[in-house]
Write a protein that binds this ligand. Structure first.
Ligand code: AOF
Ligand code: ZN
Length: 447
């Protein structure tokens, strides 16, 4: 097995999300910078995540994929316990036998690779280390993993994808290669990208990953003409919705949904998470969030944050909500007097929110669609027809004027969930580009 050195590494700068509030198509420069960082050439041609070429035999490729699958499963065990950091798993394999394994999870700061090396001990010498994300090359809370890997005597590193963190971003692979290790990349790159979709968007766009969740009838309605909405989908789909909540740092709803449904918006999976799920209510300058709402009344047990505008002049009402434990975040208003979504996301990110599940209602979903600020969407579809021209449809807002301007999902999957169906796809350009680059990297590996 040989590794040729015909590759080239691209470095990309990072720009903060722009300040001005654009309600339509707000990617601009941040997205371009993100493309560069992923190794996507400015011309639009994909150059892959790590552009070294590998010449791996078919039998070796199968072995690498098998261990990488195991590595990804290990990384998955950190789910709910890594934010704002990535999900990382690592295996040390010697003569086809796993001699060390590790996955990252808080509160212990050691990275997955170091945990795996620790278990392997002296058996790491001459062994292969598998890891889904490029080993770090920087001093953070811990020393660089590259140093530990080299010192342990590992002879080959098999990795999924390049780390989008600008402090690492190719330096890890370079350091290992310069130390004489064989480095093979792009193994299960697509699955590695999906596993860390949140982390990738965080690093490249400096904002939370946004996932829109909708539960609707086959004709796209979220309520009947009289407003009845409980429940359109069945118990299995609602349980899947709970599982989705567990993966996110925060849930967002519009104030209209709070007033109509008085929801709890809690993570009731019972699975461990290292930070409480934050409930975020998007309100307008009018501040309509009722103090007797369940979200307000339970704000001391489960965080409830209110996003309003800096133009809100209802100080007494805000003070009353704050006394109940609601955290008030005021951001600039858009041209319609509602919180500017791009600014709100920037603010949430700076407050430690890495991922946001937007749960409705139609107005908030529509505002996110109009602003093109959705990375992923899951639509639970019940095979029933509600009908009626006045029955609320899932996505409100301004909407697209032409079919060319509609929001197209890619990488769509359809799954049956009980008596309903879950359609999931990607809508954000950064994650779509990352997946495309991963596909190229994966092909390069398996050629
Ligand atoms: C992790 N766990 O297993 C790996 C990471 O905040 P620090 O100092 O722990 O550094 C975090 C960065 O290290 C992270 O953003 C990613 O780039 C890299 N790798 N991080 O938390 C791990 N391998
Ligand atoms: Zn590390």
């Amino acid at each position: 097995m040989t590794t040729t050195s015909s590759g080239r590494h691209q470095q990309g700068g990072r720009t903060a999300t722009g300040g001005s509030c654009i309600t339509n198509g707000s990617y601009g420069n941040t997205w371009l910078a993100a493309r560069k960082q992923l190794g996507v050439a400015a011309t639009g041609e994909l150059s892959g995540i790590d552009s070294w070429e590998h010449n791996v035999t078919e039998a070796a490729a199968t072995v690498h994929e098998r261990f990488m699958r195991e590595t990804l499963q290990l990384a998955e065990r950190g789910r709910g316990r890594v934010s704002p950091r990535p999900l990382v798993g690592s295996l040390v394999v010697r003569d086809g036998i796993v001699v060390g394994h590790g996955f990252y999870q808080e509160p212990e700061p050691s990275h997955a690779e170091v945990r795996a090396l620790r278990e392997a001990g002296a058996q790491a010498r001459g062994a292969t280390l598998y890891v889904n994300l490029e080993p770090c090359a920087h001093y953070g809370r811990t020393p660089p993993c590259t140093t530990a890997i080299i010192a342990a005597g590992i002879s080959r590193v098999v990795a999924g994808i390049r780390d989008p963190n600008p402090q690492v971003n190719g330096h890890g692979f370079t350091q290992l290669r310069e130390a004489g290790l064989e480095v093979i990349t792009g193994v299960l790159a697509v699955a590695s990208t999906q596993l860390n979709e949140v982390f990738i968007v965080n690093q490249l766009e400096r904002r939370p990953f946004v996932h829109l969740k909708v539960a609707m009838s086959l004709d796209g309605r979220i309520a009947t003409r009289t407003g009845a909405s409980r429940w359109i989908t069945g118990t299995a789909a609602r349980a899947a919705g709970q599982a989705l909540r567990h993966r996110y740092d925060a849930i967002a709803v519009g104030v209209g949904t709070v007033m109509a449904d008085n929801p709890q918006l809690t993570d009731r999976t019972g699975w461990e998470r290292h930070r409480p799920l934050v409930r975020v209510v998007f309100d307008s300058a009018r501040v309509r969030l009722p103090p007797d709402a369940t979200l307000v009344q339970t704000a001391r047990q489960t965080p409830t944050w209110l996003i309003t505008t800096t133009t809100a002049d209802n100080a007494e009402h805000l003070a009353r909500l704050a006394r109940c434990g609601v955290r008030i975040l005021a951001v600039e208003a858009d041209d319609r007097g509602r919180p500017c979504l791009a600014t709100a996301l920037e603010r949430l990110f700076s407050e430690g929110i890495s991922s946001l599940l937007v749960e409705g209602g139609a107005m908030l979903a529509g505002a996110f669609v109009d602003a093109r600020l959705i990375d992923k969407m899951t639509c639970f579809i019940a095979p029933r027809l509600i009908g009626g021209t006045t029955a609320l449809s899932a996505i409100g807002g301004t909407g697209a004027p032409t079919l060319e301007e509609t929001l197209q999902l890619t990488g769509v999957t359809l799954e049956q969930v009980g008596t309903d169906f879950a359609l999931t796809g990607y809508a954000g350009r950064t994650i779509i580009e990352a997946l495309a680059a991963a596909r190229v990297a994966e092909q390069r590996f398996s050629l």
